[in-house]
Design a protein around this ligand. Structure first.
Ligand SMILES: [Zn+2]
Length: 79
């Protein structure tokens, strides 16, 4: 097990591995590398759980925003 990786060097072969990750926003010790897929648009993310959480929250916010815009437009009888 390699014990230290730069966030930019993470690849699919490291999924489920636990390692220390050096990232631009901090040093993550004993971080598990995970892969997540957005159920709405199918975009995939590979990285630490911390960053995957940001990916999921970001996609949720984005897709909710787009959907709410569509609803507002519908409610006003537009397009
Ligand atoms: Zn998405």
């Amino acid at each position: 097990m390699s014990d230290e990786e730069n966030i930019e060097d993470i690849d699919e072969q490291m999924i489920d591995e636990v390692m220390n990750v050096i990232s631009t926003d901090g040093y993550y010790q004993q971080a598990e590398i995970v892969k997540v897929t957005c159920p709405v648009c199918g975009e995939e993310f590979l990285g630490t759980k911390r960053h995957a959480g940001g990916f999921i929250a970001g996609h949720r916010a984005y897709h909710e925003f787009v959907n709410s815009q569509d609803m507002i437009i519908d409610n006003m009888g537009g397009i």
